[in-house]
Ligand binder design. Structure first.
Ligand code: 13P
Length: 250
């Protein structure tokens, strides 16, 4: 953890959550207020809940984000959501290029970059996800894959840390497996070097999150590592108690 960068603990609810799950946001808010937490906390619920979640969390410590956006501002794109729509609903961040979208929806890095740019233009902070598959890791290609995804997905213009990078090894997502501390620190260090090379001093202020089976039981080993500026959490973000356990590890 780099003390100069305010950590971000971000929950990705994926395709989980209906109205009754909003009670978790209330519990999370109460827990954060009681702790006077020193990190930013974000929940990205499914699109159907973004507006009501933002209303539920208004003026509180929990920020709300989207899980994806289209690269265009509007038009004939049935089923899609624009960055402006997310802003209108109360979102502050949006996840782009999650490995589940890269796999399920065949999203390329070039497409992810246009989405990240659309988010920036709308005033959202894009959380740009990168990470290697198990086969790529076993072939010794993790760094090459992640660097390639960064090169393809990160916009050319970044100001004052208005993007976030999330390193999520695909094989660690939802599996209970996590990389070794050395592997996480090495990859985050390589991402930091890449950001510094591309954006100079601004690159040193960009938050790099770790994601993949991050839980209360392993957060105290992962979150203190160098260049880990918080986490992107799936399963353990669905319950306020679990997410607060991770926040306590900070
Ligand atoms: P899990 O925390 O469930 O492994 O999911 C991580 C993730 O994909 C967050 O975007």
């Amino acid at each position: 953890m780099d003390s100069a960068i305010r950590p971000l603990i971000a929950g990705n609810w994926k395709m989980n959550g209906v109205t009754q799950n909003l009670s978790q946001l209330e519990a999370l808010t109460s827990g954060l207020v009681a702790r006077a937490a020193t990190c930013d906390v974000l929940i990205c619920p499914p699109a159907t809940l973004v507006r009501v979640a933002a209303t539920t969390c208004a003026d509180g410590p929990v920020l709300i984000g989207g899980q994806d956006c289209h690269f265009e501002k509007g038009g004939a794109h049935t089923g899609d959501i624009s960055a402006d729509m997310l802003v209108d609903a109360g979102a502050k961040f949006v996840i782009v290029g999650h490995s589940e979208r890269r796999a399920d929806h065949h999203e390329s890095s070039a497409l992810v970059r246009t989405k990240a740019q659309a988010a920036q233009e709308a005033g959202l902070v894009p959380i740009i996800c990168v990470g290697e598959t198990q086969d790529e890791k076993l072939a010794g290609r993790a760094l090459e894959i992640v660097t390639g995804q960064l090169t393809g997905s990160v916009p050319d213009i970044v100001e004052g840390g208005d993007i976030v990078i999330a390193y999520e090894p695909v094989w660690a997502i939802g599996t209970g497996m996590v990389p070794t501390s050395d592997d996480i620190a090495n990859m985050h260090g390589a991402i930091r070097d890449w950001l510094a090379g591309r954006f100079g001093a601004d690159g040193a202020t960009i938050r790099i999150l770790y994601g993949g089976s991050l839980k209360p039981s392993n957060a105290d080993q992962i979150l203190p590592l160098a260049n880990v500026n918080g986490g992107l959490i799936g399963g353990a973000s669905l319950k306020a108690e679990d997410l607060l356990g991770i926040i306590d590890a900070l």
